[in-house]
Design a protein. Structure first.
Length: 129
């Protein structure tokens, strides 16, 4: 009498995924992001190839790039002016230095980021070009 009997009812059998600890919802949680990334990658590749084929048709055949000069495409390399330095003397200001060398205070400040215009130290070097 102490036992209850289930008459006509069977207990459901666990599926293989449930036995391994992966239910259908948990499996989809891991597979869905991978499928999404794969789909996005495919769309990006298709759009990129379409854009490249549109530009190649408009420009015509492109010549092969020459790397003999060290640069690919763009404008020719202009020679840079050599760096020039000035040693600050007592009583100098950035405005006076800029006027002496035909430049502006803004250019001097851009070339010398560590220099404070109000606190110039005699003997300190300032880049002019």
């Amino acid at each position: 009498m102490g036992r209850l009997r289930l008459v006509g009812r069977r207990l459901p059998r666990p599926r293989r995924l449930v036995q391994r600890g992966l239910s259908a919802g948990r499996w989809a949680r891991y597979v869905a992001p991978a499928v999404f990334l794969l789909a996005v990658t495919a769309v990006v590749l298709v759009v990129r190839s379409a854009l490249q084929s549109d530009t190649s048709r408009a420009d015509g055949p492109r010549p092969a790039a020459s790397t003999r000069g060290g640069r690919v495409g763009g404008r020719p390399k202009t020679p840079l002016a050599p760096k020039r330095w000035y040693v600050i003397r007592s009583g100098d200001t950035l405005g006076a230095i800029a006027a002496r060398f035909g430049t502006t205070v803004d250019v001097l400040l851009r070339l010398n980021p560590g220099v404070h215009p109000g606190a110039l130290i005699p003997g300190e070097q300032v880049r002019i070009r």
